[in-house]
Design a protein around this ligand. Structure first.
Ligand code: MG
Length: 209
């Protein structure tokens, strides 16, 4: 089965008097997370993980922070856009795992609520969502919330994904075989393993953000 993995990370500073939202859940807390949007650090990390898994860029590609349209935006919108990218690429979420790093508020008592909300936003079972939290021991960053997210995607269509993989691989044509032989000859003549034409990568590096 064709699978993809995606990694996301985000941080936001706490700011007094701002509403606090983490994982699409509102918290009763004296400080919220400052940001152009609603500052939902967890949803931002998951959004980046989803986009990264299908090499679709990152959250800033779709929602530039300077754009007034996204001022105080509900981060669930970012997540929905990333989900569409995942679906358009022919994948669905197998599971999501996350770790929050913050001094307060305590996540443990509301972890189940977060899990259910994130699962609802992603359209998957809560059993496929991990919510963990750590305090930033020794990091001297009690005024910051950090979120890490990793996602695993599986192909919606095994046949199609196999075809995509074949197409993406370097084709072993007569021409490429001849090129390989030529490279070997050049290396022997020059006596330097780094000599010879630069090989074209097997994937499109333009996709990497
Ligand atoms: Mg963010």
């Amino acid at each position: 089965m064709n699978m993809r993995i995606g990694l996301g990370w985000d941080s936001h500073a706490f700011k007094p008097g701002v509403p606090l939202r983490i994982g699409g859940v509102a918290f009763d807390h004296p400080a919220g997370l400052a940001g152009h949007s609603d500052g939902d650090v967890l949803l931002h990390a998951i959004t980046d993980a989803l986009l990264g898994a299908v090499a679709a860029g990152d959250i800033g590609t779709f929602f530039p922070p300077g754009d007034p349209r996204w001022k105080d935006a509900d981060s669930a919108l970012f997540l929905r856009t990333a989900l569409e990218e995942v679906q358009n690429a022919g994948f669905r979420i197998a599971n999501v795992d996350t770790t929050l790093v913050l001094a307060a508020p305590k996540i443990g008592p509301v972890a189940e609520k977060l899990r259910e909300r994130v699962a609802e936003l992603l359209g998957i079972s809560p059993r496929a969502v991990g919510i963990k939290a750590k305090t930033p021991e020794g990091l001297d960053q009690d005024d910051v919330a950090v979120a890490h997210a990793v996602v695993l995607l599986e192909s919606l269509d095994g046949q199609e994904s196999a075809a995509q993989l074949t197409a993406a691989a370097e084709p072993q044509t007569e021409e490429s075989t001849a090129q390989t032989r030529m490279d070997d000859v050049v290396r022997k003549l020059v006596g330097d393993s780094n000599a010879g034409p630069v090989r074209k990568p097997a994937f499109n590096t333009d996709d990497i953000t």
